[in-house]
Design a binder for this molecule. Structure first.
Ligand code: NAP
Length: 250
């Protein structure tokens, strides 16, 4: 039976696991093991890091894996680099499955920035121009990015994440624990309730978390969008689970 390793942690990875299992392929899905109560795919699941490219290469050989699909989140750059390196070393073919990034629509004027630190610099600039209270920011860049933003003068944060950030959480941060999908009505209410001025987010793409972008457009919030990290050179890339399943099936 053909054996495929899916590097997961995304809705696309779960869709691919279901699609391949339905096609009679033996799938092992791999999760980083960071989220306390992850949504699980169908089929076999393993959790935790491999120990870098060396560890992944050894694992691929030991488990006799025929094909590797990196369906991790677009910002999981270390895992993606590790997959490319392990594939090159072992000869196990690699496909990257990435949902498309978000595109601005009519009425949007996003400020695209290359990194979290560049997003923080934009917020500092906005705070220096604002009088009569802090800039109130809806921050959805992930709990581990919070330290990049917490020390900014004149900035108040509503930080939404799936799991709680590492304590201590400073006074200018209100943490909201939640997991998508979100609705436009819900996002509108949140923006109104917390009198938010700016949405700072990253270009995750996908339908589960687009509602905030629609609500931000409707309510006139400034949007700071962190661009995706680049993919390793020469990787094969598809955007849907069905395309990835056709490739992985062999
Ligand atoms: P990362 O920075 O690229 O990965 C750091 C390390 O975690 C990797 O080097 C690897 O450890 C381990 N790892 C990551 N993904 C793994 C997987 N699927 N299976 C086994 N080990 C994995 O990744 P991250 O940004 O921390 O994301 C971790 C996981 O959360 C990913 O699976 C991703 O799909 C999911 N996720 C991330 C985001 C995000 O915003 N970054 C959002 C939603 C979901 P070793 O080097 O020891 O192998």
């Amino acid at each position: 039976m053909r054996r495929v390793l899916i590097l997961g942690g995304t809705a696309e990875a779960r869709a691919l696991a279901a699609e391949l299992t339905g096609r009679g392929v033996h799938v092992v899905s791999s999760l980083a093991g960071r989220v306390s109560n992850p949504r699980l795919p169908v089929g076999e699941v393993r959790e935790g890091g491999f120990g870098g490219p060396d560890g992944l290469a050894a694992w691929l050989a030991a488990e006799r894996i025929d094909a590797l699909v990196d369906a991790t989140h677009p910002f999981a750059a270390r895992m993606t680099a590790s997959a490319a390196e392990a594939s090159a070393r072992t000869g196990v073919p690699l496909l990257v499955l990435r949902r498309p990034g978000w595109r601005e629509g009519p009425g949007d004027a996003w400020q695209r920035v290359p990194s979290l630190h560049a997003a923080a610099a934009r917020l500092t600039k906005a705070a220096s121009r604002q009088s009569g209270g802090p800039v109130r920011v809806f921050l959805t860049t992930g709990r581990r990015s919070l330290p990049v933003f917490t020390g900014l003068a004149g900035v108040w944060l509503l930080a939404r994440s799936v799991d709680p950030p590492e304590p201590p959480v400073p006074d200018n941060v209100h943490v909201l624990l939640d997991r998508g999908p979100y609705t436009v009505e819900g996002e509108r209410a949140l923006i109104g309730e917390h009198r938010l001025d700016v949405l700072a987010t990253k270009d995750s793409g996908g339908p589960m978390t687009t509602a905030k972008l629609v609500a931000a457009r409707e309510l006139g919030l400034a949007v700071i969008m962190v661009d995706r990290p680049p993919l390793p050179a020469d990787v094969r890339l598809v955007e849907t689970a069905v395309e990835a399943a056709a490739w992985a099936q062999g």
